[in-house]
Design a protein around this ligand. Structure first.
Ligand code: PLP
Length: 476
């Protein structure tokens, strides 16, 4: 007699698995026709869910049915080709399938010993990316540095700040806590994750200087240098600078060579955040955006934004892995093993905050092998071309103005009619469901952001979006 079990049998798994794959394929087939921004009101999804957990297990078909009936109405379709909001979080077939296999294996890759392939594939793929993106060789695992996959750029910027903190205090902060004298710097256009890092790392928001930017929204290095000198003279300890390649609001490019030189001169940890825009460096003609990266101590970019690799997948590189590992490593007895003791392996748990880690490199490996460098370059170039075409259309329409330089795939623009009209225009477009775009404020003015980066966005989608923007502008 077989033992009682509630588990899905292998035969059921096969049947339902095919059904799920069919569901996904159909979803992607129809996604362009769905309203991009979810139209539900707060609480609406919750109301359609049963209030308590089922006592008895339900049929898989009933669960899958509710994906369409209950969940989809409350989903904003980030994978829609009409999604132009925020920054993209694009996915692709190979990434989804690679991730599925990662779920299936269900390994915990915290130590090399807990699943050697999880560590070694990650090292391999991150080394591949160094040459694919033309990153400095010091980020290779074969040098003193190396890369690791983290969940988000927020986490890796925090790790960079922690490593900088420990380097500056000779690991005293880890033992005794911070003494309030450490000062970090970034621009007033940097992502909010830097503020969060300063909060979490015990630096304190008052000790994070938000440096003024120029007319292009890029950090002003002379202001940075002046502030560092002033803080040093006041007995404070400048220890960390984060520059951005492609700011969130307007895609501004901070001048890395000048900022890096200031960091070198003052012995300050230099971190570079290229969350979305780092992917552009796949194309040699766009690599100028990272000039000066050879001066950086650490670098972060998100394949989960623009490199067709579904969330989450952030790549974090350091020039000196020892500094990072010495900052984050603790070895309790229950994790001791021969491979670790031998020093011959990487244990990636020492390269970030969580202990447990998924096999994320699988999806990246699938993506890179499926597209090849050539395929990735093709699609990134196409996104940039489409954004540049959109930029041209904005320029040619007197009702609008371009609000910031648009070096890559983000166009910041506004209706000349003022803040209220821009907000109204955006709200009308978004509630129509035809496309989705978001806003920021630049110099106090409401500015619309149009970011091209979805996997299946084509010329037709960008043309339709511009047509809809013009139509709604005509009704204002
Ligand atoms: C420049 C920049 N840095 C960091 C982030 C945060 O990314 P993540 O969600 O991976 O933490 C973003 C997100 O848009 C960003 O634009």
């Amino acid at each position: 007699m077989s033992e009682k079990s509630y588990h899905m049998t292998p035969a059921q798994f096969r049947e339902y698995g095919y059904a799920v794959i069919d569901w996904i394929a159909d979803y992607y087939k129809d996604i362009g026709t769905l309203p991009v921004l979810s139209q539900v009101k707060p609480g609406e999804v919750r109301q359609t869910l049963t209030p308590g957990a089922p006592r008895k297990g339900e049929a898989f078909t009933a669960i899958l049915h509710d994906m369409k009936a209950v969940i989809l109405p409350g989903v904003t379709h980030w994978q829609s080709p009409n999604f132009f909001a925020y920054f993209p979080a694009n996915a692709s077939g190979p990434a989804i399938l690679g991730d599925l296999l990662s779920s299936a294996l269900g390994v915990q890759g915290m130590l090399w010993a807990t699943s050697p392939a999880c560590t070694e594939l990650e090292t391999c793929v991150l080394d591949w990316l160094v040459s694919m993106l033309g990153l400095p060789e010091k980020f290779l695992s074969t040098s003193k540095g190396g890369g690791v996959i983290q969940d988000t750029a927020s986490s890796s910027s925090l790790c960079a700040m922690l490593a900088g903190r420990e380097r500056a205090t000779n690991y005293r902060s880890n033992r005794q806590g911070c003494d309030g004298r450490l000062v970090a710097y970034t621009s007033n256009q940097a992502h909010s994750s830097l503020e969060k890092a300063a909060m979490v790392a015990g630096i304190g928001l008052e000790n994070l200087r938000l440096i003024e930017v120029d007319q292009q929204f890029a950090m002003r290095p002379e202001v940075l240098a002046r502030q560092i000198a002033q803080d040093g003279a006041a007995g404070l300890v400048p220890f960390f600078v984060s520059a951005t390649v492609g700011t969130t609001s307007s895609n501004a490019l901070d001048p890395l060579p000048a900022i890096g030189a200031i960091c070198r001169k003052n012995n300050i940890w230099f971190h570079v955040d290229a969350a979305m825009s780092g992917t552009a460096a796949l194309c040699p003609e766009l690599r100028y955006i990272q000039d000066g990266l050879d001066l950086a101590d650490s670098y972060t970019f998100n394949p989960h934004k623009w490199m067709f690799t579904n969330f989450d997948c952030n790549c974090f590189y350091v020039a000196d892995r020892k500094a990072l590992i010495d900052t984050l490593s603790i070895l309790p007895e229950y994790l001791r093993n021969q491979a670790t003791e031998s020093g011959a392996v990487f244990d990636y748990r020492d390269w970030h905050i969580p202990l447990g880690r998924r096999f994320r490199s699988l999806k990246l490996w699938f993506v890179i092998r499926h597209y090849g460098v050539e395929g990735l370059q093709f699609h990134v170039r196409r996104h940039v071309e489409l954004a540049q075409q959109f930029l041209e259309w904005v320029r040619q329409d007197d009702r609008f103005e371009v609000a910031a330089p648009a070096p890559l795939n983000l166009v910041c623009f506004r209706h000349r009619g003022g803040n209220e009209r821009n907000t109204m225009l955006m709200d009308r477009l978004n509630t129509s469901g035809d496309l989705y775009l978001t806003h920021t404020r630049l110099n106090g003015k409401v500015t619309l952001r149009f970011c091209v980066g979805q996997t299946n966005t084509t010329q037709m989608h960008v043309e339709n979006a511009w047509k809809r923007i013009q139509e709604e502008a005509g009704k204002l």
